[in-house]
Design a protein around this ligand. Structure first.
Ligand code: FES
Length: 114
């Protein structure tokens, strides 16, 4: 069974845009972020595969200046928005850990296994 845990209103995300979150899911903390691009949303754990550091250097800012790739602020790795694969920087071929989400109406939810 899966529970929906509210992340944010869809309008909180510009397109392209990103939103970081830290949620308590049944006693387990989940730190992640949502990226919206071309009307689609993707979510990943906020942990760079290079060293495990959080990726954002400003709250909710996970995209590069063009809004084309996810960017790690620590050593500048870049990741594809739709797959989380690293395509530039110190961890090529490694990937961000994706998180399951669902958009229902104007709200974005994290799917958590009960
Ligand atoms: S910690 Fe992300 S690129 Fe090094």
């Amino acid at each position: 069974m899966e529970n929906l845990v509210f992340i944010c209103e869809l309008e909180r995300l510009s397109d392209p845009g990103s939103y970081g979150f830290s949620l308590d899911c049944a006693g387990k903390q989940v730190d992640g972020f949502v990226v919206r691009r071309d009307g689609e949303c993707f979510a990943y754990r906020n942990s760079c595969p290079h060293t495990g550091s959080p990726l954002d250097w400003v709250d909710h800012q996970f995209l590069d200046i063009e809004g084309a790739l996810i960017q790690c602020a620590v050593h500048d790795a870049r990741f594809l928005i739709d797959t989380g694969e690293c395509v530039f920087g110190p961890c090529p071929g490694e990937s961000l850990e994706s998180l399951p989400i669902r958009v229902e109406g104007d709200k974005v939810y994290l799917l958590v296994s009960a």
